[in-house]
Design a protein around this ligand. Sequence first.
Ligand code: 1HE
Length: 260
Amino acid sequence: MNYQDIHFELRGDHSEVAVVRLARTAKRNALSDGLILALRDLFEQMPASVRAAVIDGEGPHFCAGLDLSELQERDAGQGLHHSRMWHAALDRVQYGPVPVIAALHGAVVGGGLELASACHIRVADASTFYALPEGSRGIFVGGGGAVRIPKLIGVARMTDMMLTGRVYDAQEGERVGLAQYLVPEGQAFDKALELALRVAQNAPLTNYALMHALPRIAEQPADQGLFTEAMMAAIAQSAPEAKQRLADFLEGRAAKVRKN
Ligand code: 1HE
């Protein structure tokens, strides 16, 4: 499969993990319109074997955000449509066919952080740093960051990042919730791939519930959320794969939960 400025490959014994690598190294993987549309198309056309995906970036940085050279004079309507194009693409990442793990290193800034926050798990190496330079460029987030980033770190921290240009380093980023895993420099991709291979073994309906039901349930009033949870639980339990996995445990064939 050929997508503009993306290297794509399949990993795993059954081609169950898609590796999606941003490959505009000379521009620090800045997200041009072409690259955003390629991401949208790729997640819409994911091969049927794929059960989990990893997104990472080639070169010294994960992603420098919006390609500022394309930020030409737009009127309000064009600006609205441009932002909506990003929303459509990053919605395909968050609500696409499979869980997505971001492997972060170097700059994760602006639209790069918006892309990372559309993923389901973030693994950062020690070189990672996070910023929202939109504040100092006289613009605003437009790729879903205002919705997704406060869910990770809260409105107050995002406001601070944009008002003051605050940069979080890798340790601080993990502490405040920008990444769930922090690994030594150079190891983010390997850890993300290891996690993706693990995620790919889950029952597809469980992964679907986590991607599509959980974020919606978390937004619902408690009474409705509990009802939706019960519906999703009942559907997941009734799948043949769930019955097989439960039988495997009860008959001693499945792994126990062990502390690390
Ligand atoms: C770019 C971009 C870009 C680099 N658009 N061309 N994002 C930003 O405001 C971040 C801007 N970039 C940076 O702060 C730095 O480039 C980095 C910290 C990411 C990397 O620094 P460094 O020293 O490794 O690279 P560099 O020398 O700054 O950049 C290499 C080239 O990439 C250079 O071009 P060249 O032709 O001079 O070689 C840079 O101009 C180019 N480049 N970043 C275009 N972002 C949906 S709304 C989202 C809104 C936003 O994302 S706003 C935040 C944009």
